[in-house]
Design a protein around this ligand. Structure first.
Ligand SMILES: NC(=O)c1ccc[n+]([C@@H]2O[C@H](COP(=O)([O-])OP(=O)(O)OC[C@H]3O[C@@H](n4cnc5c(N)ncnc54)[C@H](OP(=O)(O)O)[C@@H]3O)[C@@H](O)[C@H]2O)c1
Length: 345
């Protein structure tokens, strides 16, 4: 099989990670690369690590150029994917569309308007196959909304507990992110001299991933969940470490009981690893791998469950889940082309 692939946003960080993973996929042909201002430049100018594609020229993004592919990946800032996706659905309905941005993640139109200050573009199946019942939905779909990187880490850390009714209706999260989580933008707070040697909170109480995290936890438990997330920019290029806590619904459980619930959720999942008791997730252990490393314990003093997840924001946090979805949609074994091993230290 040789699937024709188009990638919109090829010059960006997510675009680069998609290309890295697609180069290792046996069933695809990277056919069309487009972007915005960098149209006319070569891949080598943006992603010198992708040698096999070095001389490929990135083209201007036009819907006509995207027609005739088996799969179109959209790796654009939020608000940019929806018009392209809608035009493509009309003109080439057989293509599989995979959006790595936020446009189609939220089911609640009001929440979208509140957090994104624009009209709700719609909702597509949420591209995280490890959530309960989600894999079968994704197999039947041709459109996919890939989760944000923080929501991926938090959902994997907390959905088993919310789904089993172990914890009540709130979650408090402090999550550390590498700078690539903000995209390739030349912003002052992302300058090396600002980032190196510093850990800096940002968007406290107003981060746009709040409703997406709430959506996953509410789907799991069937009731409302109040979410507080404090993101912290950390001096590393990649990685998310999400420290998530929620109050137990009853008396604190023993760690061993908690581990049974998480083992039942993830024992058959190749990419999600509940670490042995006493071993803590670290971002360096997931670097470049399509994996999530988890640990869960009971904090008996505060009566809270503590679940910690580490992922690579560009791999399991975006591009890896996007390729899992492509594989599911096209009947290819789900893990094809996806690395289980990282590059630590
Ligand atoms: N970075 C992460 O860890 C991460 C994780 C999960 C999800 N996401 C989401 O994935 C999407 C891409 O993120 P990113 O980090 O790759 O951002 P990025 O590095 O800033 O890249 C954005 C890409 O979009 C292109 N682009 C911007 N406006 C465009 C337009 N009007 N038409 C065509 N192309 C346009 C840019 O091309 P030019 O440079 O040529 O203008 C660039 O290729 C975002 O929605 C982000 O929220 C990112």
């Amino acid at each position: 099989m040789s699937l024709r692939i188009a990638l919109v946003g090829a010059s960006g960080y997510v675009g680069g990670e998609l290309l890295r993973l697609l180069l290792a996929h046996p069933d695809v042909e990277i056919t069309t690369l487009t972007a915005g201002e960098s149209a006319g430049t070569t891949v080598a100018e943006h992603h010198p690590h992708l040698l096999p594609l070095a001389d490929r020229v990135i083209e201007e993004t036009e819907v006509a150029r995207l027609i005739g592919h088996d799969v179109v990946f959209l790796a654009l800032p939020h608000g940019q994917s929806a018009p392209i996706a809608k035009a493509l659905q009309e003109q080439d309905p057989r293509a599989v569309l995979i959006d790595c941005g936020a446009d189609f993640r939220l089911a609640d139109a009001e929440a979208w308007r509140h957090w994104y200050k624009s009209e709700h573009p719609g909702v597509w199946p949420y591209g995280l196959p490890e959530l309960p019942g989600q894999r079968d939905r994704l197999r039947r779909s041709r459109t996919f909304a890939i989760p944000g990187c923080y929501p991926t880490a938090v959902a994997l850390a907390l959905v088993p507990a919310f789904g089993a009714g172990l914890v009540t209706d709130e979650a408090v999260i402090v999550a550390f992110s590498g700078t690539s989580g903000a995209g390739k933008s030349p912003l002052p707070h992302l300058l090396g001299s600002e980032v190196m040697g510093a850990a800096s909170p940002y968007a406290v109480g107003v981060h746009r991933h709040t409703p997406e995290i709430a959506q996953s936890l509410e789907t799991a438990c069937g009731g409302p969940v109040r979410v507080s997330i404090t993101p912290v920019l950390a001096p590393m290029p990649r990685g998310i470490l999400a420290v998530c806590t929620a109050p137990f619904a009853g008396p604190a459980l023993e760690d061993a009981e908690l581990r049974k619930v998480y083992a039942a959720a993830y024992d058959t999942e190749p990419f999600v690893h509940l670490l042995p008791a006493g071993i803590w997730p670290t971002t360096s252990s997931t670097l470049g791998a399509n994996t999530a490393h988890l640990q869960v314990v009971a904090d008996g003093h505060s009566g809270r469950l503590v679940a910690i997840a580490a992922i690579d924001n560009l791999t399991k946090g975006t591009a890896g889940s996007a390729i899992q979805c492509m594989n599911l949609a096209l009947g290819i074994p789900e893990g094809t082309g996806l690395p289980l091993t990282g590059v630590a230290p």
